[in-house]
Design a protein around this ligand. Sequence first.
Ligand code: UD1
Length: 368
Amino acid sequence: MSAHRRTLLSVVGARPNFMKLAPLVWQLARRPDVRHVIVHTGQHYDANMSDAFFTNLGVPDPDCTLGVGSGSHAVQTATIMQRFEAICTETHPDCVVLYGDVNSTLAAALVAAKLRIPVAHVEAGLRSRDRAMPEEINRIVTDQLSDILFTPSRDADANLRAEGIPADRIQFVGNIMIDSLERLLPDALRAHAAARRGLTAHEYVVVTLHRPSNVDDLPTLRGLLEALGKVSELAPVCFAVHPRTRVRIRDAGLELSPRLLLEDPLPYTEMLSLVHSAGVVLTDSGGLQEETTYLGVPCLTVRPNTERPVTITAGTNRLIAPTGASVLQGVRAALDAPRPARPVIERWDGHAAERIAAVLCDTEIAMS
Ligand code: UD1
């Protein structure tokens, strides 16, 4: 007989999942009555996209890895589904816990729902209303299949209700990523990532770009890279290059300005340290929109829409077009403007994982 009252099975696979998993791992470590199984699909497999985050965030190695690697959306999703089904039938979880909007999230939701295992979705309810984004499709389907929907913001609750999700399945717990940020910010401040690169606080630009809409379309990517070259004449530019973007640049034989400070994907604390002191962040990442908002750092998001509208209303984030003129004008304006006040957003307070753990460990989990 197992001494555990309940088995929770978390599924992660891609970089943005890991900082959402970590705070729940820390909480569940205090609950000897709950068994927490961690499955890593292997969607991200480079050491600096995956292992470095487990180490940095103090998350133990996964109990199980599925080793799916890269592939088309259908291949990646289907391979995860096949391999994850076997894990579910062996493990008999009481609930499968999913994070964010990546292909690993969708694949695991489909498997668990069909096996009639309750599904909990952390970061439910975000909507860009743009189905050209694979993540939007992943969010919509995962939320429809979930039994417990943990939302980061009130707009997410409204989105779910508008899609007919019963109110008793929605739990407004706040933003779990902020739990990771709060916990690791002291380490980040001690890391002095800017000073080690010879950068002056508030006078440099941090860049990340990886969305298919920006990097898979050659004219768009070329225009953005040329714009970064021009921005680097205004202020130092630190560009952490995602593997997808690196492949596209290499395959197209594009030239990068020698003034750009190029980095491989950075460990969580190192990135947090750089972002904290940046003059402006130029990105198409979801997480960075939230992290900059929490820290009160100006952010320019190179996208036509965002599923995170609170970052806009808080005054830290602005959407810009993927053109040289918008990038240059946006960076110049952000560097010249007074720094935004650090906003306070409801339940972005470092306690989201406590609220999630209370629901997952101590309440009856009902299937819809
Ligand atoms: C995925 C997520 C995206 C998230 C992003 C964060 C989906 C649909 N997309 O996009 O929401 O913002 O992760 O990084 O799930 N690659 C490597 N090494 C790796 C991982 C990827 O070289 O460890 C390269 C491969 O060439 C691969 C490409 O990056 O084909 C894309 O990887 P994939 O996981 O398919 O999507 P991302 O673009 O990373």
